[in-house]
Design a protein around this ligand. Structure first.
Ligand SMILES: [Zn+2]
Length: 133
């Protein structure tokens, strides 16, 4: 009794894969259409197609690696950056508000100017923080 071959695609040798020339997805040799983008997988040999295959393999791997890295590292980094900018914006706005109140009490023009500048910096920090998505 012969057991059916149930080897996962990733463990197979590279030459046994048929790469899609449209998106670079490694398909099974028996497939005539790409599993990923449903493009026709045509068999052609030569340096150009070899270069294209190599390029798509590299690109596909890079994309997978990029996605993996993003899943593991990016969300945490973003939270830290967000918190950092949020703190800066908060401090600037609070300092601006403080200077604004003192400038009203002393009716000082320079304090008022500093207050306006700080409030503007704080405002733009918040604005860039919430618009960058
Ligand atoms: Zn494809």
């Amino acid at each position: 009794m012969a057991k059916p071959k149930k080897e996962p695609i990733a463990l197979r040798h590279q030459q046994e894969q048929k790469l899609c020339l449209n998106c670079g997805f490694p398909n099974r040799p028996s497939d005539s259409r790409c599993m990923y983008c449903n493009a026709n997988i045509a068999e052609d040999k030569g340096l150009i197609s070899w270069l294209r295959h190599t390029y798509y393999v590299l690109r596909w791997r890079w994309q997978l690696k990029y996605k993996r890295d993003n899943l593991h590292h990016e969300p945490r980094k973003k939270v830290f950056r967000f918190a950092g900018y949020f703190m800066i914006g908060l401090v600037l706005t609070l300092a601006g508000a403080y200077f604004f109140i003192t400038s009203l009490a002393d009716s000082s023009f320079t304090s008022g100017l500093i207050a306006v500048l700080l409030l503007l910096y704080g405002f733009f920090t918040f604005k860039s923080l919430f618009s960058q998505k």
